[in-house]
Ligand binder design. Sequence first.
Ligand code: F6R
Length: 242
Amino acid sequence: MFARLLGKVIREKPAAVLGLATGDTMEGLYRALVASQSDWGGITTFNLDEYVGLPLEHPQSSHHFMQEHLLRHLNVPPRSVNFPDGLAKNIPAECEAYERKIFAAGGIDLQLVGIGPGGQIGFNEPTSSLASRTRIKTLTLQRRKDKARFFGGEEQVPRHVITLGIGNILASRQCVMLAFGVRKAKAVAGAVEGPITSMNPASALQLHPKATVFLDEAAAADLSLGEYYRWVHDQKPDWQKI
Ligand code: F6R
């Protein structure tokens, strides 16, 4: 369904600027986008984050993930593909340059985010400033433990990342969050129905003028108004349906 929404955005604005995310959650969506073979010739992409100090060809780099799962299968011109440079010598200057590139591209039309079990969006770990911009972040110990198996041990997991901030995500014209599986249920409920708090960075999306959340049943399990959301969805006029 989200692939259809994205297809609509691209049809309506063939030169759209997309904010893209990595992670298991995105794999099915990217498969659907590749299968749809829509025209990405005019699209510009900005990825949310990248590990600091990790070679681009490392299987866990955002760069590698995006090439494998999406970009190399589409006709998006390489010059229109952007990642924060985790190998930059001067990280603050790189973060500023990334901000300037997004501004020069006209801002992000559609930002895609997953959600971590602690409510993380991008690598904005709990207690991230809700006004934050692109910057270096230190991963939580839990996040590094969770990633250890992908890096061949906890010691190998980078300590730092560059990530778009919550302020950048809120500045996008439209934001879509995807979450699947029971592991995400608590964070999703907190993000959608809880108070806005930096302890659950995704709760900041309540301040977004146009945010949509796509969930499976398991990820939606802890929502207290689930029945109401379903009813609202069923009542949508045709023009509002995806
Ligand atoms: C990475 C990112 C992260 C992930 C989140 C969920 O670009 O944005 O916030 O979306 O950690 O990861 P998965 O999808 O692997 O469960």
